[in-house]
Design a protein around this ligand. Sequence first.
Ligand code: SF4
Length: 463
Amino acid sequence: MNVLLISTYDLGHQPFGLASPAAWLTEAGATVVCNDLAVESLNETAVKDAQMIAIHLPMHTATRLGSQIVPRLRALNDSFKLCFYGLYAPLNAEYLESLGADAAFGGEYEQLLVDYFRHHVVPASEENAPFQSELSTGKQAFVVPRRTGLPALKEYAFLEKTEGETVTVGYTEASRGCKHLCRHCPVVPVYQGRFRIVADDIVLADIAQQIDAGAKHITFGDPDFFNGITHARRVIDAFHTKFPEITYDVTIKVEHLLKHADSLADLRRTGCLFVTTAVESVDDRILDFLDKGHTRAEFVKAVELAREAGLTLSPTFVPFNPWTTAEGYLDLLRVIAELDLIDQVSPVQLAIRLLLPKGSLLLDLADIQSAVVDFDAESLTYPWRNPDERVDQLQLAVQSIVETGDRDAESRHVIFGRLWEAACQACGIAPLQPAVKAHGWTPRMSEPWYCCAEPTSDQFSRL
Ligand code: SF4
């Protein structure tokens, strides 16, 4: 039986979300083809030959793109079983069913895909099984992801280690889910405060095969690398012992950077090049609404601790949300400048507008309910407006500045200067910039879209 696994977008990584289920389904007897539409064209032969096609939806962008491809698949083959899987599949089950999907699986989806394959694809009889939507956070015994057949690592986002020095990157996950309950986070409606670890030997074997394929740096895509600190420490120690020349990056929340401050030097010692940390806001009131588990002062402390340990922090933000004020946005820029973080913040992070997908816990808050309008089936989000029209206008101006700056390859300082001017204009004050220091190059990935965003017209046109 032929199974085609499709990814449309995975933040510039060779998709773990294809490689892992490919291994499970191969073990279950399927002949698996992987097709990553982010970097290659649709494999029409594989579509025509497939008895089951499963599309990976790890985030909003992929969900919008993944749903667009369905008519093209059906035009080539009208008899395959269609599944969607990943974080956003069960959250959008109703919509996916309306597209003709047979199943939507979320959380720990590998076993669910295998079960579906065994019970609904292998037997020839079950033509009209009812739509199945299932979410599992149960423990799985992971197997080593199967990366053969995927595009080469050099086709994906690379690390710009120093100015002009680029490095091939691999990607793996040492855990999935999260033990925290931040209200804006899409992990929460699915995992509800749980996380699952991938066994050390599987993680290391996956890293080893990517190093064999040319990776010189590994991104750990765990929602929070320090959710299981003992596991995390074991993984980095074993990783560094086995591959002392290879660097890596991780994502760790501010709360964990403080709680496990004694591990930061070990991150540096074992080759951690930078830590992405989801700060979201420097306004304590907004952080409280988001239930982020840290304050502005704790973020400042985390910056200090990381510097002491010689670690580069790459903060991420959701600067535009229904609580944002023009003055608050200017304050965020001021904090970034005062902490000498301009080189460490990707400009796109200063333009992010909060997305409210189905299942968002923020929808429980009265402030959000009064800001949103009806669910938009096309964008798969609840559109919202800021109570102050100036802020929505500022967001559009900021987005345009960031896009233009990125396209023209301007430095982060130049883009920051324009953002500062736009924010001052929105506040009706003179654009006197704070004194800033340029620290030179900080390591960064070439893929600037770190989080969920609306797909670009270029992404749609590639489908
Ligand atoms: S710590 Fe990160 S991954 Fe975990 S719930 Fe909060 S935002 Fe989501």
